[in-house]
Design a protein around this ligand. Structure first.
Ligand SMILES: C[S@@+](CC[C@H](N)C(=O)[O-])C[C@H]1O[C@@H](n2cnc3c(N)ncnc32)[C@H](O)[C@@H]1O
Length: 245
């Protein structure tokens, strides 16, 4: 990791906020992070063995997958020391049936001694990194022959995403010190093709009413809940199950 990495510096401020998204019914963000966890467990349901989480955040989703008992080893990576520490506290307190190692690293620089993973989680990452054409081949190089990647992105195919992008690009750049990367379904499927990865399954969620959490966060949770059926077909967030074989 470079010492002045603005992404790491931004997420170093965020563990408490991020953790809250996995508890309760306070906002549209909490609805959607909890949904992300459920869908990641669903898509990872046929995997077992060795798990890599390449941007674990505060570790709730890593932990949920490990609780299945199907993984005997996990490598938990994050570029932010504070996020990784929070993930470590959670995972060490809840998981007793797997060997778990924690690595503070930019995933682009991560070169494990044993690069054979049966499942790689890549959730909430690519908006902060871009460079799919480097990332996907790198992740593929760490997969076992029948290994799987679970990749999440917010999609610009969704009108709400385009509205938010148009209205917040400049303020977000000033707030974060780096530019958010945006992807359409087509960007993802073309990058997968170039990397030699197939989209085996996908799920959609998130109504993503623009600025809903800023207007009235609790009501936005209810709105997300009420429109979950619609969002499962047209939602702003997509989670893909990818495989090479
Ligand atoms: C929005 S959080 C998502 C956390 C978790 N995967 C989830 O879905 O709840 C994004 C995480 O990616 C990490 N991150 C950003 N860029 C990274 C990089 N290049 N390598 C590893 N982790 C990175 C951040 O520190 C942060 O913890």
């Amino acid at each position: 990791m470079k010492g002045n990495d603005p992404v790491a510096a931004f997420f170093d401020q965020l563990p408490d906020t991020h953790k809250r998204h996995f508890q309760g019914r306070a906002s549209g963000a909490s609805f959607n992070f909890q949904k992300r966890l459920t869908l990641a467990c669903e898509l990872g349901g046929a995997s077992s063995g060795r798990l890599l989480d390449c941007a674990a955040g505060t570790g709730e989703i890593t932990c949920a997958l490990l609780k299945s008992g199907r993984f005997d080893h996990a490598t938990v990576v994050d570029v932010s020391a504070a996020m990784l520490q929070s993930a470590k506290e959670l995972v060490m307190s809840q998981i007793k049936n797997a060997e778990v190692e924690f690595v503070q690293s930019d995933i682009f620089d991560f070169k494990p001694a044993d690069p054979r993973f049966d499942l790689i989680l890549c959730l909430g990452l690519i908006a902060h990194t871009g460079r799919l054409d480097i990332l996907l081949p790198h992740l593929k190089s760490m997969l076992t022959p029948h290994g799987r990647i679970i990749l999440q992105t917010t999609l610009t195919d969704h009108l709400g995403t385009r509205v938010v992008r148009a209205l917040t690009s400049r303020t977000e750049l000033a707030r974060r010190g780096y530019r958010i990367s945006w992807f359409s379904q087509r960007n993802i499927s073309e990058a997968c093709d170039r990397a030699g990865l197939r989209i085996l399954e996908s799920r959609r969620h998130s109504l993503a009413f623009p600025f809903g959490d800023r207007l009235w966060a609790r009501a936005n949770f209810q709105l997300e809940s009420r429109f979950k059926q619609w969002a499962s077909r047209h939602g702003a967030d997509a989670i893909y199950l990818l495989g090479a074989g």
